[in-house]
Design a protein around this ligand. Structure first.
Ligand code: 2GW
Ligand code: MN
Length: 297
């Protein structure tokens, strides 16, 4: 487990000049209480991260689901911008899960980057489309994806890359701070509170509210995560329950029980609807505007 040495207050200023250390972000939390780094722009050297990853000769997986109208609406831009910003310089394999493999757009890929398309059945309710991802991911991680990738990121598709999302984000398990909730008091966070749900957290529980639009880690860690969430979802369903934020509620329960080794600041998955914020320097992913009324029928 990490110890976040760069976040130690005594290291923020130069002993001689008193100047702020060039990698300091004193205005934000850069270390969790359990010693995991919270990655903010300027707290890491991208070249060092790149070099370390290259030495390990990694293959990094990126999974997305593109079911129904989301395929035409989001997939092409997601992939095109991933080509510009996601793990550039590393070996990357995209996994697109869709019920219409033939409709996947042909996006020009850089060398050492490939795309695999896997067929999934289309769930009827949108909540089920979202929740079924955990089960499908678990199976994929136990199959081809798990054999060819070392680390995997699982993402929502209704977003696009806007800045470098590189190997500084890699770790055994990675959670994303939710951009709408990172500055909220803990007791107000929208965790599942119904004690009957497998996703339930009591008032004193929950470290941060994590966004299910981005999570990642080693294949082994993600096998555990997806198994936990898929079981919790099935357990709730069997008793007629559905957690408040579906798979995201179960993900938050998982990360409460199994602390992430790395946490990504909201810069890594930012909602432009929030407007400018001083601490958000360079967003890496931007949410597409929500068109719930149009799409959720
Ligand atoms: C989802 C909602 C309403 C209508 C359609 C869909 C839909 C989602 C769809 O028609 N096709 C599809 O492929 N999806 C996939 O599910 C797609 O990958 C999408 O990014 C993902 C989650 O749905 P999304 O992005 O519309 O939901 P958000 O942005 O409100 O997601 C948060 O909450 C979800 C649970 O309610 C998930 O936990 C998600 O990971 C969170 O970011
Ligand atoms: Mn989304």
């Amino acid at each position: 487990m990490g110890v976040c040495p760069s976040a130690t207050v005594s290291l923020l200023r130069d002993n001689f000049t008193g100047a702020l250390h060039p990698w300091a972000r004193p205005e934000v939390l850069t270390c969790t209480p359990w010693g995991a780094p919270i990655i903010w722009d300027g707290t890491f050297d991208p070249d060092v991260a790149q070099q370390e990853a290259s030495q390990q000769n990694l293959t990094i997986g990126l999974t997305v689901f593109a079911v129904g109208r989301y395929l035409e609406k989001y997939l092409e831009r997601f992939l095109e911008t991933a080509e510009q910003h996601f793990m550039v310089g590393q070996r990357v394999v995209y996994y697109v899960f869709t019920e219409r493999p033939g409709a996947v757009p042909r996006v020009a890929l850089g060398p050492d980057r490939r795309l695999r398309v896997e067929r999934v059945v289309r769930e009827r309710r949108w909540q089920d489309v979202s929740m079924a991802r955990m089960r499908t991911l678990h199976a994929a991680l136990g199959g081809w994806l798990g054999r060819e990738a070392h680390f995997v990121f699982c993402m929502d598709i209704d977003q696009h890359f806007s800045g470098a999302f590189g190997p500084e984000a890699l770790a055994e398990s990675v959670a994303q701070l939710h951009s709408w909730h990172y500055h909220w008091p803990r007791w107000l966070l929208p965790f599942e509170r119904d004690a009957r749900s497998a996703a339930a957290l009591t008032r004193g529980e929950g470290d941060f509210y994590y966004h299910a639009a981005v999570f990642g880690g080693s294949v082994a860690a993600l096998r555990g995560l997806t198994a936990h969430c898929a079981l919790g979802l099935a357990w709730d369903r069997a008793r007629g329950l559905e957690a408040r934020w579906h798979d995201e509620s179960h993900l938050n329960k998982f990360f409460w029980l199994h602390k992430p080794a790395k946490v990504l600041s909201p810069e890594f998955c930012w909602s432009p609807d929030i407007g400018p914020r001083a601490e958000i320097r360079r967003p890496r992913l931007l949410w597409a505007p929500k068109e719930y009324r149009l799409l959720r029928d």
